[in-house]
Design a protein around this ligand. Structure first.
Ligand SMILES: [Zn+2]
Length: 340
């Protein structure tokens, strides 16, 4: 099928900023040096910008066109970035750049799906929220919280965020000294848990089906109810809680979210306990989370035995995605033109 551009890739083009219609001209072909693929060239009739079908691709301007697919698999397989650089024989900064690009793309892709599902009124069900605790560089002094919100029957990950937590109490003298050093350099570390939980709940409220109550299940942390009431407003349906002391087995009300957080710990290298791969920077952990969430929602089956993904089970997309389909176009608006 011949490629047809539907908009001009130049963001300053009058066809992007005004309502002028976009028309283009074909300008021959070129052959890519890195993989020998033949690519169609175009020019925009409004701004005269030259571009090609490659301009729209996720691997645009990359000299190692398959690397993002190899590292995508490794990012969800508990492999550290140092080890990835060794396995794929590239430098560590190359892996870091891929992490940032793939992560922000996965987040955009997911938010586009949420946006479309929201407009079509597809997002409803029973949802669960919990926070996973981890740290950046220092376990006692720089803890981090990651609230995650899922739909409980499909295991679909709706949203996740990260925030710093204050340093832990009852510190040994050498840790107290180190804490003072950190505070002198970075200021006092305050808890951002409320902000991060609020962000998850309001993203959910934004796309939840109108006119249908929002149902939340969580542990008994006292701030959850207040934050949920604020986010849901007149959409409030119910809030059911389970004690976090109850055994975390299959009979536990919160089994789906407990299981999801356990999967995150098992898949994301930065979260594996007592390892050398712990997160050095919270922002990178969040980007890494979005790669895992895209894998969980659109690539992997709900369980090992089924090929149906959580996104299909919830009914927000019609097909399962392979990593090369998820990472095919730079613009998630085109996701339907590949692999569906
Ligand atoms: Zn143009």
């Amino acid at each position: 099928m011949a490629f047809r551009p539907t908009f001009c890739p130049n963001t300053h083009c009058p066809t992007r900023t005004h309502t002028r219609p976009f028309t283009y001209q074909r300008r021959g072909y070129f052959r890519r040096k890195c993989d020998g693929r033949t690519v169609q060239r175009f020019s925009c009739r409004s701004c005269a910008q030259r571009f090609s079908s490659q301009t729209f691709r996720f691997d645009y301007r990359w000299r190692k066109p398959r690397l993002h697919l190899r590292v995508f698999d490794l990012f969800v397989s508990k492999v550290t970035m140092r080890q990835m650089a060794r396995i794929t024989r590239v430098r560590r900064p190359t892996v870091e750049r891929r992490l940032l690009r793939i992560g922000s793309h996965c987040k955009e892709f997911h938010r586009f799906v949420l946006h479309e599902a929201g407009r079509a009124g597809l997002l409803q069900g029973v949802f669960q929220l919990d926070e996973l605790e981890t740290f950046e560089t220092d376990r006692r002094l720089k803890p981090v919280t990651m609230p995650v919100l899922i739909e409980r029957h499909s295991y679909f990950v709706v949203y996740g965020s990260t925030a710093p937590l204050g340093a832990r109490g009852r510190l040994a003298p050498h840790l107290k000294k180190r804490k003072e050093r950190y505070e002198a350099a970075e200021g006092r570390r305050r808890s951002g848990s409320v902000r991060a939980v609020r962000e998850c709940l309001s993203e959910w409220a934004r796309v939840h089906r109108r006119g249908v109550g929002m149902h939340l299940q969580s542990d008994r942390k006292s701030s959850y109810r207040r934050l949920f009431l604020q986010a849901a407003g007149d959409q409030f349906g119910s809030h059911t809680t389970e004690s976090s002391r109850r055994r975390r087995d299959y009979g536990n009300l919160l089994f789906p979210i407990n299981h999801t957080l356990a999967m995150m710990r098992d898949g994301i290298s930065r979260l594996v306990r007592r390892s050398w791969g712990a997160a050095k920077l919270r922002e990178r952990l969040e980007v890494h989370f979005w790669i895992w969430a895209a894998y969980r929602n659109y690539v992997r089956g709900v369980t090992v035995r089924t090929r149906v993904t959580p996104a299909q089970a919830l009914g927000v997309v019609s097909g399962r995605y392979l990593p090369e389909q998820l990472l095919y176009w730079r613009w998630p608006e085109w996701m339907h033109t590949y692999g569906q």
